[in-house]
Design a protein around this ligand. Structure first.
Ligand SMILES: C[S@@+](CC[C@H](N)C(=O)[O-])C[C@H]1O[C@@H](n2cnc3c(N)ncnc32)[C@H](O)[C@@H]1O
Length: 401
């Protein structure tokens, strides 16, 4: 069945744009008629009936940009780019990410590299609506597409969002809705439910964060290290609801700049360690305990002590790297990973013709064993051309004989 579906999606993607859109529109209409919220009990459906409202206007209560913090982000980015020059090729962006950074992200990178602070500030403070989001959430013009949906597209988009919401609710029946509320940073957009602001991925980021925190809930000061965390959407929910966790973000310098902006403005009182060329090339256990966020370029992965990180996480990211990069990270995961690896990545090639390595081709980890694997519960099985699976692995020597 899965193979039939994949073949159909590949065939659909190879059709001329107009014909493909007509078919998708017909399927939108059909799914609107046929859709039902099968998996959710009627009591939950009743309770979550509140006001759902599409939200595209800029919210005037947006968080003001802190110029001093921005100055530090710029310094850190410039020194990371300098240090990046001699690093191994495995740490450099490949394929889609190399192109995205060179094309879509170029204006922002130029502004930051040349210390044009006001320009960088403009881009960052509206990143949900400009090309800073490309590559993290789909392709170009995500916001424009959402804003200009016609009546059918709008009804379908809303139905999918509501279905996600009900799925989230079915997992977390007692969690207050307010836990989903996002900060007004970067001019976000999406839906409001009873005055709570959500973007389109709030449910999955929140639920992933909830699950990761649950893995280490008895640990006094757990460290969660994410490789390829994008703008910091998962990190936001993780920290907001679990202040005792130290979050480590390793990513390309460009995304680290964005993450540092997002997280420092979301949590202005937090202790954040960022990169500088003068740092000692190691992170000791004490440092891991005292910071709220440690946000560093990817080539710092070798700086962490053995088994110093309780959870390593990667969402929709390894699959977008070169095989040499994946091999490099897996080598270090085996060393620094203390307990769990959670990752969600492609299990088939991408069906839209873009670059992507399926997880079956990832190298074996010597010290970890898979204990759970399932299709990503959030994906739209029919429409998605980026089909992923969730995987939880445990360090073998932590399993009792
Ligand atoms: C599709 S985005 C996913 C972002 C985030 N995990 C999310 O779900 O919103 C892919 C992420 O992988 C990162 N990435 C790409 N190549 C990388 C590399 N060689 N090393 C580290 N991160 C990389 C990108 O910078 C980006 O943050």
């Amino acid at each position: 069945m899965g193979m039939v579906k994949n073949t159909a999606v590949t065939a659909l993607n190879s059709l001329p744009g107009k014909i493909k859109n007509k078919i998708l529109r017909a399927s939108d209409l059909a799914s609107l008629v046929l859709r039902d919220d099968l998996h959710v009990s009627s009591s939950i459906r009743q309770r979550e009936r509140g006001e759902f409202e599409k939200w595209v206007e800029q919210d005037k209560r947006g968080v003001a940009l802190n110029k001093e913090v921005l100055g530090r982000i710029v310094d850190s980015y410039i020194s990371a780019k300098k240090e990046q020059i001699p690093v191994k090729e495995a740490y450099l962006p490949a394929e889609t990410w190399a192109r995205l950074l060179d094309e879509n992200w170029r204006p922002f990178n130029d502004a930051i590299s040349n210390r044009r602070i006001d320009e960088a500030a403009d881009y960052l403070s509206g990143f949900f609506r400009n090309e800073y989001l490309s590559g993290i959430w789909g392709g170009q013009d995500n916001f424009g597409h959402f804003k200009n949906l016609d009546a059918v597209g709008q009804a379908n988009n809303f139905a999918r969002f509501r279905q996600k919401h009900l799925t989230w609710r079915s997992f977390l029946p007692d969690t207050p809705l307010s836990e989903l509320d996002i900060p007004l940073i970067g001019q976000p957009w999406g839906y409001r439910i009873n005055e709570i602001n959500l973007h389109l991925l709030s449910h999955e980021y929140h639920y992933e964060a909830y699950n990761l925190a649950r893995l280490v809930k008895d640990h006094p000061r757990p460290v969660v290290l994410e490789i390829g965390g994008g703008f910091g959407g998962l990190a936001y929910y993780l920290k907001r609801n679990n202040q005792d966790i130290t979050y480590v973000g390793l990513d390309l310098p460009e995304n680290i700049a964005l993450q540092t902006y997002y997280l420092s403005h979301s949590f202005p009182e937090s202790r954040i360690l960022t990169f500088s060329g003068e740092m000692e090339k190691s992170i000791d256990l004490e440092t891991l305990k005292i910071y709220d966020f440690i946000l560093l370029p990817n080539f710092c992965i070798s700086w962490f002590p053995e088994e110093s990180v309780e959870v390593i996480v990667n969402i929709n990211s390894f699959s977008e790297m070169s095989m040499a990069t994946i091999v490099e990270y897996f080598k270090y995961i085996d060393v620094i990973g203390g307990l769990y690896l959670y990752h969600q990545n492609l299990f088939t090639g991408r069906l839209d013709g873009h670059y992507g390595i399926p997880m079956q081709e990832f190298p074996e980890l010597q010290n970890f064993r898979t204990v759970f694997e399932a299709n990503n519960r959030w994906q739209d099985e029919i429409r998605s051309s980026y089909k992923t699976r969730e995987n939880l692995l445990i360090r073998i020597d932590k399993l009792k004989p």
